[in-house]
Design a protein around this ligand. Sequence first.
Ligand code: ATP
Length: 230
Amino acid sequence: MTVITKDIIHAKGIKRVFGKGSGAVTVLKGVDIHLPAGKLVAFKGRSGSGKTTLINLLSALDRPTEGTISFDGRDLTTMSDSQRDIVRRTEMGLIFQSFALIPLMSAYENVEFVLRIAGVPANERKAAAVQALDHVGLKPRMHHRPFEMSGGEQQRTAIARAIAHKPKLILADEPTAELDSRTGLHIIKVFRDLVEQSGITIVLTTHDPAIMEIVDQVYELEDGQIVSHN
Ligand SMILES: Nc1ncnc2c1ncn2[C@@H]1O[C@H](COP(=O)(O)OP(=O)(O)OP(=O)(O)O)[C@@H](O)[C@H]1O
């Protein structure tokens, strides 16, 4: 049987300049990226190399100054802001270093809230939220609020929130930076299982060499350019 791997992201000639005139800073200097479906991918590079800027572009939170970004066959750069918001909310999941959970909501409510924003019908939300929390091993803790959970549990809640609407792509900016290395590796194991079980693509940024060993592909950024890629 021939397995055809389709790119979920195809970015070409990406430049990002912040500011204008003599104060302009070119942060990305012509980046090309192909992310196949069903892979765990890491962006590595020194602080300031452009990893977060690139993640923000791929997640349609920001627009490139030059270049095109195709997501699942559609060009994000020519879409209106509202189209980009819909694609992000319904087909992508975002995970942040600081978890970014709503403090007054339980784990379940945090996940359910994002399903509401993604437009999932009310009668499907409960089952989808519980299933996502179960997937990350947090069903028994689902009525706890973030301050009642450990860092690893909070990040697993954030993962449940990112996967509950069954996105095609997850973008995670330094998802393990606030965790000890053992908990961080456990989070990456959760990512690994997700990629294998559901065919989702997960892109993360990291400084941790142990994580680089576990992922399928590593893109190395240096001063706004890709300098290596396996
Ligand atoms: N809005 C902005 N205006 C001006 N410069 C910016 C802006 N956003 C980012 N930069 C600059 O772009 C460079 C790359 O930043 P970015 O956050 O993408 O790096 P990074 O690789 O994610 O770093 P870290 O590992 O520290 O998170 C930095 O020099 C930063 O100061």
